[in-house]
Design a protein around this ligand. Structure first.
Ligand SMILES: [Zn+2]
Length: 458
């Protein structure tokens, strides 16, 4: 299968009015009434795009399309199906408009297509159709003929035309930027923005370039592609979200931005490029992706001496206190996953418990193997298997710990994932710190609860 995706943004009154999206498959077969594709109408409460003027042609001409909507939490999809069977070369075309933002609208996570002065940024999943798993070759290209002179089109995989040995789905999983884009690039690494920043973009680009080099080496990644997209939020709250080989971070005029206060989030989002476990029925693995993101967002910069032990301590302290004072911390992983997009306090649970469980497991592995192995070996082993197409979940994590260290941490894992109390161990985070219990006030309720104070050992 070969697929071409052509993105054609149209400039309107002072900004992108809409983007015409076109798919050309050299071959595609769908039965009558079978789903052709779906488009994300909303993800995690953030709206995607409605596909307008959606039209489909195959070798027999234009097909009549019907649509349905489904709402598997936390998504909402529009599904497209052809009334008759489709075969041979198939072309699909539709239009998407950028999201109109009103005061009070939720800005994050960055799963939307949005404009700021000069152009737009988007998650691929906000405007590209999902055709399901497919193998083959896909080329993405831009037609910028209806945009102001000098306009650019960039996705995580590159600027302008990009070909991947993959189905079109991979292009949904990364970030985009189009219009009057400015950038700092070095090879396949780049930082891209539209609105003129009120902070030093250069220092952020330099820092993340170094950090990416260190993370790539640690995670044994042979691919050099990584792109960071910067978006200006219109209101007072900004965040960051990661997709494949890319992430987007936001800023606004009311919250000051500096490299210092962005270091943690930049590192956290970058780690997301690598460690993952797969969710299975009734089981959440968010503790692993968020926990490793928190864990290595501190440890890799610390090992590279990009941050000081005191900076790492402060970051770990913040995460520890926020976990133990979170009134929803006794929710299990599944319960937290079920409510986290409604109750934002539950959204951060996997970060804190994942971080502390991984740090404790690290201490135990080092102890059991006389310092020969650590959690790094577990994370790298899981990553290597995943690169070879082996899906792994919570059970495989526990097995890998057993294989590498000869210890069984199932009970610890159950304690963590069921939301029961556990204490961090001394000697975590490469042996820099010890911990002592302390009293704190629980958020919202004011109850007295136990947290832990990290103190530097060296
Ligand atoms: Zn994260």
């Amino acid at each position: 299968m070969k697929c071409q995706i052509i993105l054609k943004p149209f400039w309107g009154e002072g900004n992108i009015d809409y983007v015409e999206v076109e798919y050309r498959f050299d071959i595609l077969a769908r039965g009558a009434g079978e789903e052709l594709c779906k488009i994300t109408l909303s993800a995690y409460t953030v709206p995607g795009c409605e596909a307008e003027e959606f039209r489909v042609w195959d070798e027999c001409g234009e097909a009549v399309i019907t649509t349905t909507v489904s709402e598997p939490y936390p998504y909402q999809y529009r599904h497209f199906q052809s009334e008759r069977a489709l075969f041979g070369a198939v072309a699909i075309r539709y239009l998407v408009h950028p999201r109109p933002l009103r005061e009070g609208d939720r800005c994050a996570p960055y799963m939307d297509f949005r404009c700021e002065e000069g152009g737009g940024t988007s998650a691929g999943s906000a405007f590209l159709a999902d055709f399901g798993a497919m193998e083959g070759e896909t080329t993405l290209s831009w037609d910028l003929g209806h945009m102001p002179e000098g306009s650019r089109g960039i996705c995580a995989f590159g600027e302008g035309e990009v070909t991947l040995q993959a189905g079109p789905g991979l292009f949904r999983d990364c970030y985009y930027c189009m219009g009057a884009v400015k950038s700092i690039t070095e090879g396949d690494f780049g930082v891209y923005w539209i609105a003129e920043p009120t902070f030093d973009m250069e220092s952020i680009a330099m820092y993340t370039r170094k950090l990416y080099g260190g993370m790539r080496a640690f995670f044994r990644d042979s691919e050099s592609v990584y792109r960071i997209f910067v978006r200006k939020d219109p209101y007072t709250h900004s965040g960051g979200s990661a997709m494949v080989r890319s992430y987007m971070f936001g800023w606004n005029e009311t919250e000051p931005v500096s490299l210092e206060n962005k270091k943690n989030i930049l590192a956290h989002e970058m780690v997301h490029n690598w460690p993952h476990l797969s969710d299975s029925e009734g089981e959440s693995t968010a503790w692993y992706s968020e926990g490793t993101a928190e864990f290595y967002s501190m440890l890799i910069p610390l090992r590279m001496q990009l941050i000081t032990p005191e900076e790492a301590r402060e970051a770990i302290q913040g995460m520890t206190d926020s976990y133990y004072t979170n009134p929803t911390r006794h929710l299990s992983d599944q319960e937290a996953a079920a409510v986290c997009w409604q109750d934002w306090r539950a959204q951060t649970l996997p970060y804190g418990r994942g971080l502390l469980f991984l740090a404790n497991t690290d201490v135990k592995i080092r102890k059991a193997t006389g310092g020969e192995h650590s959690i790094d070996d577990v994370v790298l082993d899981i990553l290597e298997k995943r690169r070879n197409g082996i899906e792994q979940g919570n059970m495989e994590f526990l097995e890998t710990v057993r294989d590498i260290a000869g210890i069984d941490v199932t009970e610890d894992w159950e304690t963590m994932s069921r939301g029961r109390h556990f204490a961090p161990l001394d000697g975590g985070f490469d042996g820099y710190f010890h911990v002592v219990p302390k009293e704190m006030t629980e958020k919202d309720t004011g109850k007295t609860v136990v947290s832990y104070q990290w103190e530097l050992d060296r």
